[in-house]
Design a protein around this ligand. Sequence first.
Ligand code: BJW
Ligand code: ZN
Length: 239
Amino acid sequence: MRPIARTRQLLTEAKAIAVLTGAGVSAESGVPTFRGKEGLWRNYRAEQLANPLAFEYEPRIVWEWYNWRRELIAPLTPNPAHKALATLEAEKESFILITQNIDGLHAKAGSRNILELHGNIWKVRCTECETVSDNTEVPIGILPHCGECNGLLRPHVVWFGENLETDILDAALAAAEACDLFVVIGTSSIVQPAASLAQRAAGNGAKVLEINLEATPLSPSADLSVFGKAGEILPSAMP
Ligand code: BJW
Ligand code: ZN
């Protein structure tokens, strides 16, 4: 059977679907991926900026990077991959979307049952009192500060070496264990613990379907890897 037809069959037969998405799903909306060559900003790699030490020593540089990304993302809109996933959710009795993306485009496309593993770029968190709030303005000159305690605010995202929010990770693990189809889309499958969710699902009997431009460390163990653009494959493989 051809890959698209097999993908459609898997999506049709599944009763409980869990999907894990990565930067590749937003690439066709214009959001740069992390490990592609357009993933660089002022010669910094994501690993150098998305870590707590960078923020401790150079909070302004890190905030400038997030500000630049916020300005880039703000006008962007969901692409056919985001929309297909929202449609699939509406058609399935059990569907959960686990995303590593912080851009909010899945919600904009109409997805409802979303777990944001790595946070959200439109939220901030106080480094002192940990209050989380929505925020769209970042005064780079004075840096943003907390309305409650005046502590320095940071992006409400998960950096390397930081733990994911326990409730969210637990819910993602539970979804991986409960599904009968785990779909991994547009992620390089190297960043943990997200990358291990597929093994968790497979260990509990789920089939694993991968959609990516190219092979990843997950591909050898996936039941099916379909290579191409998510925004083309997903709409054409809808049940
Ligand atoms: C398309 C496409 C199209 C393109 N269609 N496809 C166990 C072993 C080894 C290391 C570790 C381990 N456990 C923890 C670690 C350390 C670390 C880690 O995993 N390091 C690895 C690099 C080895 N993990 C952590 O630190 C995590 N914390 C943790 O585990 O805490 C416990 C702990 C602490 C200390 C020690 C040990 C344990 C936290 C990870 C947080 C990641 N944060 C970031 C930044 C988020 C905020 C922000 O955006 O600024 O999350 S980093 C970045 O990577 C971002 C992404 O969500 C994440 C994943 O990237 P993604 O989505 O896969 O993007 P790309 O660019 O890599 O790939 C895009 C893919 O799309 C490619 O494959 C393309 O081919 C494809 N594609 N266009 C379909 N149109
Ligand atoms: Zn505070």
